[in-house]
Design a protein around this ligand. Structure first.
Ligand code: ADP
Ligand code: MG
Length: 687
């Protein structure tokens, strides 16, 4: 298998699938090697039904004793599976006549899935099933990797593709042969261990898990950080003219005009940070400023002030958000503030027709539209600017060297100014290492009139009490959110579990209007649900973490977060920021599944103790053991493939030392940069 071939050369990958894979940063066969599993499933042995535990995915087997199609609010197939000692319910929302027949009483079924509910009354929504005939299907010999994926790309396909590409790694030279001497595995053995781990006890000890960064992963993260360091060293030696930026120093009429129209006064912190940014823009060197401000501190207004300065001075602005949903929300806000001032905005979303999009691109290229809003798709080659002067990157603290190179390319060889906004503080050491000359501003004040949110930790066993609480709250006119667990590897599973939750809550709370929003719904459909919630027509909104961003409903003052122990602290903080926006006292219930380990308890306690995003971020960093990957669902971010901002800080010194040594060997340095930042090198040769 050639590693340089485009993925379309592989079996099962047509142009449409290739496009989806590209969203995962996968373009060539070789990219698959560095697309590492999130975790593993054990399908090497059967678990007796009596030994199934809620929340733990397992392979189990039994006979169908009962099978029935029931009609609640929706049609579903409910199957009882028993193995002589215990039984478990299987629920299917999507099923055809064939599947129904396969699941008729008497059949022996092998299922894999994550049971939920109480021990003794477990159920499993949409398990994967196999019929066990006269010759039982073989067990897996190795653990099953679960890869980060995206809509329309199944785990099965990813596994096939990786399995296909893996032998090709033999052609990859080990560029860091010094690492095996330090007790870390060589490149090939690291890749083998990560993609294809055996299930034997001794191998399990070295397994890469969310709690334990394996030597294999450490090795790759170190190599990647080293490559980024090398790229940064090269970048800082680029000729001075590629490091010049437009001087942006207009009289400020647009910003004054907007201030006159705002229904509120900017806070002191917003004023101060705006002044810092304007001073940077007036210099001929590219600004590289990070604005840190807690959820709700009003970062958008500060970004708009900067954008207005650029527009007034005759330059264009690129505004990048990490997700479609957030980009759309920004699109609305910016339009509301800027269009009355005569600023033309181009929203480059996924929903335009080709001709609409073509029109917008032409108007950006000619300079007719001054502001472009979108996701990282803004960096695609087809997006051309007339005079890009400023790039604003929102909620994206993983903006690496290669995006910066791409930006320079968009500025026609000149570097646009950059403003990076984040609600999660970046560890200082890492920021300094990866961004040259990074300046930072902090919005350390919130707009007045917010009420603090009271947070409670409640065990899943007391779910009924929580339901009563919702009944009371919604009965007296407030609205509530129920946030369903994150299922990192599959939006599909996440959506199904949210559907099941909504179904159960509808049974428990028949008097309430309950809405559902998840990532698998079509945009307009989800928008309609959100709109009904905003308008008060929905009492309780059951949602996946899609509501983390982009929802602003002041009347919603109660939030329940299920399986809170599985989420990252900054994510919990973002979610909780959705309540406490009105004047009513708000509450947040963190539902967890016992038993809670010490670290998990300490993390959730921190959520209860403080509402300060910066303090929470500090606790998060302190408590995250190496390797902990909670709540880091990748949102179109591609600055690192393997390394992680907070988890791998401890590797930074070593990566720097390695890079300094390797720099003296230009061929090796170039090969490392090419391997890890392939696209960046392409851009670098353009300059
Ligand atoms: P974040 O920092 O989380 O991005 P936003 O920019 O979305 O915060 O602002 C949150 C909300 O606060 C928005 O509805 C915004 O219009 C409002 N807001 C921003 N600045 C102020 C202010 N100075 N006074 C009152 N409300 C403000
Ligand atoms: Mg924001």
């Amino acid at each position: 298998m050639e590693l340089q071939v485009p993925l379309t050369a592989l079996k099962g990958v047509g142009p449409a699938v290739a496009e989806r894979l590209e969203r995962l940063g996968l373009e060539q066969a070789g990219d698959l090697l560095f697309h590492l599993p999130l975790r593993f499933e054990d399908r090497t042995r059967l678990t007796p039904i009596a030994a199934l535990r809620p929340g733990l995915a397992a392979l189990f087997e039994g006979h169908v004793t009962h099978s029935e199609v029931v009609h609640r609010r929706r049609r579903m197939l409910v199957v009882t599976l028993a193995d002589g000692q215990a039984q478990v319910l299987l629920r299917f929302f999507h099923f055809g006549a064939n599947q129904q027949r396969r699941l008729s009483p008497g059949t022996c079924i092998r299922a894999f899935g994550e049971p939920r509910g109480m021990p003794g009354a477990l159920e499993c929504v949409h398990p994967e099933i196999q019929t066990v005939g006269d010759s039982p299907p073989a067990m897996e010999s190795h653990l099953t990797p679960i890869y980060p994926t995206t809509e329309g790309v199944s785990q099965k396909l990813l596994r096939q593709l990786v399995a296909h590409a893996l032998p090709g790694m033999q052609a990859l030279p080990d560029l860091l042969p010094e690492l095996p001497r330090q007790g870390l595995p060589g490149l090939h053995s690291a890749l083998e261990q990560l993609h294809h781990p055996p299930a034997q006890a001794d191998a399990l000890a070295a397994l890469d898990t969310p709690e334990n960064r394996s030597p294999a992963r450490t090795r790759l993260a170190l190599e990647e950080l080293c490559a980024h360091q090398l790229a940064r060293m090269q970048q800082s030696r680029m000729p001075a003219d590629t490091r010049s930026a437009p001087v942006i120093q207009p009289p400020g009429a647009l910003w004054q005009q907007l201030r006159g129209q705002l229904p509120f006064e900017p806070t002191g912190a917003q004023e101060r940070v705006t002044a810092e940014i304007l001073a940077d823009l007036a210099r001929p060197q590219p600004m590289n400023r990070l604005v840190q401000g807690d959820v709700g501190s009003g970062k958008t207004l500060v970004a708009v002030a900067a954008a207005l300065a650029a527009v007034e001075a005759g330059y264009q602005v690129a505004f990048m958000a990490p997700t479609e949903l957030l980009a759309r929300q920004h699109g609305r806000n910016l339009a509301q503030w800027m269009e009355p001032l005569g600023v033309a905005i181009a929203w480059l979303g996924g929903r335009q027709t080709a001709s609409e999009r073509g029109q917008l691109l032409a108007e950006l290229a000619s300079g007719q539209r001054q502001v472009a809003i979108g996701t990282h798709a803004l960096f695609q080659e087809e997006v051309r600017f007339h005079h890009l002067g400023l790039a604003i990157i929102d909620e994206q603290h993983r903006f690496g060297v290669h995006q910066r190179m791409a930006l320079r390319d968009k500025g026609n060889g000149r570097m646009p100014h950059q403003l990076i906004m984040t609600a999660t503080p970046i560890p200082r050491t890492l920021a300094m290492a990866l961004y040259a000359e990074l300046a930072s501003s902090v919005i350390d004040e919130r707009p007045p009139g917010r009420t603090p949110v009271r947070t409670a930790l409640i065990s899943h066993e007391r779910r009924d009490e929580v339901i009563e609480r919702i009944r009371a709250a919604c009965g007296s006119g407030t609205q509530a959110y129920w946030v369903c667990p994150l299922v990192e590897e599959s939006e599909q599973l996440e959506a199904e579990s949210a559907e099941a939750t909504a179904e159960r809550l509808r049974e428990a709370l028949p008097e309430l209007t309950i809405g559902l929003a998840h990532g698998r719904m079509k945009g307009p459909e989800r928008d309609a649900v959100m709109e009904r919630f905003r308008a008060g027509a929905i009492d309780l909104l059951v949602a996946t973490t899609v509501i983390e961003v982009g929802v602003d409903v002041p009347n919603a003052s109660l939030m329940i977060i299920e399986n809170a122990e599985r989420m990252g602290l900054s994510q919990l903080h973002q979610l909780r920021g959705r309540v406490g926006r009105g004047s009513a006292a708000s509450a947040c219930v963190l539902l967890y599944r016992p038993p809670l380990g010490d670290t998990a308890r300490e993390r959730l306690e921190a959520m209860r103790r403080t509402d300060d995003g910066f303090e929470i971020a500090e606790v998060d960093l302190k408590l995250r053991g190496p390797g902990e990957l909670l709540g880091t669902r990748q949102t179109g971010d591609r600055s690192f493939r393997v390394a992680d901002w907070s988890r791998d800080q401890d590797l930074l010194d070593e990566a720097t030392t390695l890079a300094a040594r390797i720099e003296k060997d230009p061929a090796r340095a170039a090969a490392l940069i090419e391997r890890w930042l392939g696209t960046a090198t392409r851009y670098a040769t353009v300059g």
